[in-house]
Design a binder for this molecule. Structure first.
Ligand code: FAD
Ligand code: UDP
Length: 370
């Protein structure tokens, strides 16, 4: 018997496990993949910590969370400054004075503001009702056409007119020459990769890898008083109310021998509709200052597509229909299985950044561990 059974060894499960062990609780973690860490897993390939499930840049305004992770690892000074490649034209991201200068030749913030306002007025938008209108109203038609439309439609598999406006509001628009993608106070990447953080968090727990909860449900259910469930909430209930929708991703990794520097930047977004992938990441650039093999680099192309049962679920589609369904599952969970707590990205059906996941797991631990 264990005090806690934790389903999933991603960041949420691992932070909760760490807090539980610290309070002298016994913990069993089951993980369906052959490795720990969930989507923040990094693998060492020729000295480069490769982000196996897409670029992960730690950024936060939460001092407590920043101190917590810095106690577990040394972070470097990496600042995310992706660039956009639109049919061979290169633009700075997020949208800032470098972008406006390249696209319109404007020099001052006032000139950029006038350009954006005149394009918004020409499009006749007063109150944006969808992502297209929101984007044009934020940065004008030219930037929408070159840097947003194709990328967004590839990412979400639907037209920008059918997508909610809030998605694009994640991106800052700056009337400054500042291409730091995030507004956060603290930012960096662990110099030894993310997996070492998860290893530290799971010290003192029993971990079973390649163990899918649903293949061993009857046995596992009886093993612990409480369950922390970080796999999909609808799967827990065998989809009895319906299936929550996701977007899935495919990562094509390539080791390039004889090339020391493939693209000169960690992240390059391909914002046209014709290039099938959304972005290419070149992992060595996540580690500025690190001495690395000069004749080798590792890149990953990221493709987005529709999700079907059995595929890895990455981005929850938080539209009205899916949000209603998730709420119904939450009510079902509260009434039917009060000893099971659903947490993290899949358990709560939310797109959470890493810092939020850590804060949520810590809050949960404080609330329930006596
Ligand atoms: P997960 O990491 O998904 O962990 C869930 C675990 O449960 C997985 O290991 C899974 O294998 C396991 N599991 C599932 N089903 C079962 C089962 N039946 N039995 C046993 N185990 C099971 N955040 C940032 O802050 N910065 C970034 O730059 C950033 N970039 C991202 C890029 C991409 C492409 C994606 C997809 C996410 C990104 N994130 C980023 C978000 C970050 O990945 C999440 O915040 C974090 O991984 C969530 O942790 P989690 O434990 O909730 O979920
Ligand atoms: N986006 C875009 N062009 C880009 C990068 C982002 O249009 O080059 C849009 C896209 O709609 C995306 C949203 O901005 O869904 C949020 O971008 P972010 O990088 O935050 O997305 P993430 O990959 O983290 O979900």
């Amino acid at each position: 018997m264990y005090d806690y059974l934790i389903v999933g060894s991603g960041l949420f499960g691992a932070v909760f496990a760490h807090e539980a062990v610290w309070h002298s609780k016994s913990v069993l973690v089951v993980e369906k993949r052959a490795h720990i860490g969930g989507n923040i897993y990094t693998e060492n390939i020729h000295g480069i910590h490769v982000h196996s499930y897409g670029a992960h840049i730690f950024h936060t305004n939460n001092k407590r969370v920043w101190d917590f992770v810095n106690n577990l690892a040394d972070f470097n000074r990496f600042t995310n400054s992706p660039i956009a490649n639109y049919k061979g034209e290169i633009y700075s991201l997020p949208f800032n004075m470098y972008t406006f200068n390249k696209i319109w030749g404007v020099i001052t913030p006032e000139e950029a503001r006038e350009k954006i306002n005149s394009q918004r007025e020409a499009a006749g938008i007063t109150e944006p009702h969808n992502l297209e209108e929101q984007a044009i109203s934020l940065v004008g038609t030219d930037i929408y056409e070159k840097l947003i439309k194709g990328y967004t439609q590839k990412q979400w598999g639907r037209s920008c007119r059918e997508l909610p406006a809030f998605i694009i509001k994640r991106l800052p628009v700056r009337l400054k020459y500042d291409n730091n993608y995030f507004d956060a106070l603290y930012q960096g990447i662990p110099v030894n990769g993310y997996t070492s953080i998860i290893e530290k968090l799971l010290e003192g727990c029993e971990v079973r890898l390649s163990c899918d909860y649903f293949d061993h449900r009857a046995e596992l259910e009886g093993l612990a008083d409480r369950v922390i469930f970080t796999a999909p909430i609808d799967q827990y209930f065998d989809y009895e109310l319906g299936t929550l929708e996701y977007r899935t991703l495919r990562f094509e990794q390539e080791i390039l021998n004889g090339t020391s520097n493939f693209q000169g930047n960690a992240v390059v977004n391909y914002t046209d509709e014709d290039t099938p992938y959304m972005r290419i990441i070149e992992h060595k650039h996540f580690y500025p200052g690190l001495e690395l093999d000069e004749d080798l680099t590792v890149i990953t192309r990221e493709f987005s597509s529709e999700w079907h049962k059995g595929m890895e679920a990455y981005y929850p589609v938080n539209d009205a229909k899916n949000s209603r369904l998730y709420e119904a599952y939450r009510e079902l969970a509260a009434s039917r299985c009060p000893n099971v707590i659903f947490g993290g990205r899949l358990g709560e059906y939310k797109y959470y950044d890493m810092d939020v996941v850590i804060a949520k797991a810590m809050e949960l631990a404080e609330k329930i561990i006596a």
